[in-house]
Write a new protein. Structure first.
Length: 229
């Protein structure tokens, strides 16, 4: 684990925490490890630390930015594609312990696995070194101020958070909510596929699939946007 610690710029006092952060549920299930011996709980914690760290930074850095724009900007920063890109930049996939089934289906490069591992790492750093240490790691992942101030990151929202973009588009002409419904789940736990349907005013406007419900909903929204175009 020395190499990945060099890449993230943090040295763990507890080796167990970084090992847990980089253990996917497929590995623990395949090796029949005791319950909780994977990164899912750390991912839950890291997600909260990530949002708070980014929120605090943006609030202090851009005092004149509206609440709505702050929310959009945070969404673009903490979304799965952004975390996946950062994970790939540091070759995180090579350090994750995954099951053989996931290995054979490209799990080391799958966005959902990489982004979850990033959040788990943040959670592990928080437990090991406190909020400041975790926040420093999060801030090291942020784009530079020039990119943000030029608006380039805001323009990426459509290409990274399709659900938000679609919702704002629909709300511009309708008060009726979008409804995402999981229509099916197929496959074993380590390689499950979710199928989602999207409706508006009772009419089906899209469908999608993905390795997680979140990924399926994003793919569903993306196809709906393309249909509008």
């Amino acid at each position: 684990m020395v190499n990945i610690q060099d890449k993230i710029g943090y040295t763990f006092k507890s080796a167990h925490l970084i090992e847990l952060a980089l253990t996917h549920s497929s590995f623990s299930n395949e090796n029949k490890l005791p319950a909780g011996n994977n990164n899912e709980r750390l991912e839950f914690l890291g997600d909260a630390v990530l949002e708070l760290s980014v929120s605090q930074y943006l609030y202090n850095r851009y005092p004149s930015m509206s609440e709505g724009d702050l929310t959009k900007l945070r969404a673009a920063i903490v979304c799965e594609p952004s975390l996946t890109k950062k994970a790939k930049d540091m070759d995180l996939g090579n350090y994750i312990r995954i099951g053989k089934g996931e290995e054979h289906t490209g799990g080391r490069t799958r966005g959902s696995i990489l982004s979850d591992a990033m959040e788990a790492l943040i959670g592990a750093i928080y437990l090991d070194g406190g909020f400041d240490a975790a926040s420093n790691f999060v801030l090291s992942l942020l784009p530079n101020d020039g990119d943000i101030e030029a608006g380039s990151l805001m323009k990426q929202i459509m290409h990274s958070d399709y659900k938000t973009y679609l919702q704002e588009h629909v709300q511009s002409y309708s008060r009726e909510p979008l409804e995402y419904t999981t229509t099916d789940e197929q496959g074993p736990d380590h390689a499950k596929m979710f199928y989602v349907s999207l409706s508006h005013t009772g009419k089906r406007i899209g469908s999608g699939q993905g390795r997680t419900k979140k990924e399926a909903e994003q793919n569903c929204a993306k196809l709906a946007i393309e249909g509008f175009k």
